[in-house]
Ligand binder design. Structure first.
Ligand SMILES: Cc1ncc(COP(=O)(O)O)c(C=O)c1O
Length: 384
């Protein structure tokens, strides 16, 4: 048997590789602390868990869900967008539920990218944008996000090859933890419009922000629905990574195209999860204050620890990560290996997020407080 060429050239998913390394170390008896994957360590709020318990006990949820998601879930998404961003969405044509936002991001190029087409991919960036383009037969052309520019795109410097179909963007950003303002999004929308391409904004971390920063939506830019879609996820906002529930909103043309792909591939989200999703979007949001405070405390601890050791990090204003340069004499991979070997701490090397990620590592803040303190202490000793 012979697998497809597109698979032969597909790198293993970054965290699948990291999981393998962790397993090998643990098998060798090492007490590994992972600062790797961004997976909230706090439980899903209890009112959401209660909602799925009730919903799962109701046989009405046990059959195939609607292909386009429950109308009530789509309405809850539209209402949340209005409350949160002041953006008006038609729940029937401008909202599409997803089996986690990764699923939708990965399928979008099937709807937009023909073999030989191009997408513009932020570098460093969430690896799915590049890989999904590749799987659809296209080429992801990176554009660099540089520290000197606050890890924001330098739109005038981006070359747009022929056959470019879309540009990906993600703020608050994984992995750089940079945030963008509405002004920045206005430039992004203008870029997409001028080049007649789709702007795909991934807003998975919109609710995880600090120091009073409130993340905007790309769709707050007037007229953006003509050229943009925005992906969202319940994963990080409501500690629901395992539940697989997200959605995409915006351009009705793009939503219809992605919906057509999905109806042919999957059969939607378990109705009980959608009902719990409604409880999440419509229920009390005050636990978010505590969640932000928890991550901010951990962020400050990471930043202070490294700054004590000679780094000069600014505390990031969003996401659940700290992105930091590796010390002289290391590249991102050798420093990640050093931390694993000498401190038993796992971090993803920046190179895993693209060429421009070289020279950095990422620390996730979703590690419980005791393990975070211990991991940082071990790093201090290893570097000392
Ligand atoms: C930028 C970004 N987008 C999307 C996702 C996927 O989230 P979901 O759990 O909704 O698939 C992640 C997960 O880490 C992410 O970092």
């Amino acid at each position: 048997m012979k697998v497809a060429k597109r698979i032969e050239t597909l790198p293993p998913y970054l965290f699948a590789e990291i999981d393998r390394k962790i397993a090998a170390k643990r098998a060798a008896g090492v007490d590994v602390i992972s600062f790797g994957v961004g997976d909230p360590d706090s439980p899903t709020p209890s009112h959401i868990v209660d909602a799925i318990k009730t919903a799962a006990a109701d046989p009405a949820t046990h059959q195939y869900p609607s292909y386009f998601g429950m109308a009530d879930f789509r309405r809850a998404v539209a209402a949340w967008y209005m409350r949160r961003f002041g953006v008006d969405l038609d729940p029937d044509t401008e909202v599409l539920p997803l089996i986690g936002s990764k699923e939708g991001l990965a399928h979008l190029p099937v709807a937009f990218v023909d073999p030989g087409d191009v997408t513009l991919v932020p570098d460093p960036g969430y690896p799915v944008y590049q890989v999904a383009t590749h799987l659809a037969g296209g080429t992801g052309v990176p554009f660099a996000l540089r520290a000197e520019n606050g890890f924001l795109p330098e739109w005038d410097a981006i070359e747009v090859p022929e056959r470019t179909k879309l540009v990906w963007l993600n703020y608050p950003c994984n992995p750089t933890a940079a945030v963008a303002t509405l002004d920045d999004f206005e430039q992004a929308v203008a870029f997409a419009r001028a080049n007649e391409i789709l702007l795909v904004h991934d807003n998975a971390y919109s609710e995880i922000t600090y120091d009073g920063f409130v993340a905007p939506s790309v769709l707050e830019v007037p007229g953006s629905k003509d050229v943009a879609v925005e992906f969202h996820s319940l994963s990080k906002t409501y500690n629901m990574t395992g539940w697989r529930c997200g959605f995409v909103v915006g351009s009705a043309v793009a939503i219809e195209a992605l919906g057509r792909v999905k109806t042919n591939i999957d059969s939607g989200i378990f109705n009980a999860i959608q009902l719990a999703g409604i409880a999440a979007l419509e229920g009390p949001q005050d636990f978010l204050v505590d969640l932000r405070t928890l991550y901010a405390k951990r962020r400050d601890l990471v930043v202070e620890t490294f700054n004590d050791m000679g780094w000069s990090l600014q505390p990031p204003k969003g996401s659940i990560y700290v992105w930091l340069p590796v010390p002289d004499g290391h590249d991102s991979s050798s420093f990640a290996t050093f931390l694993l070997e000498e401190a038993g701490v796992v971090v993803p090397p920046g190179r895993g997020y693209g060429e421009a990620g070289e020279g950095y590592i990422r620390i996730s803040l979703t590690v419980n407080d005791d393990r975070l303190v211990e991991g940082l202490e071990r790093i201090r000793k290893a570097l000392g």
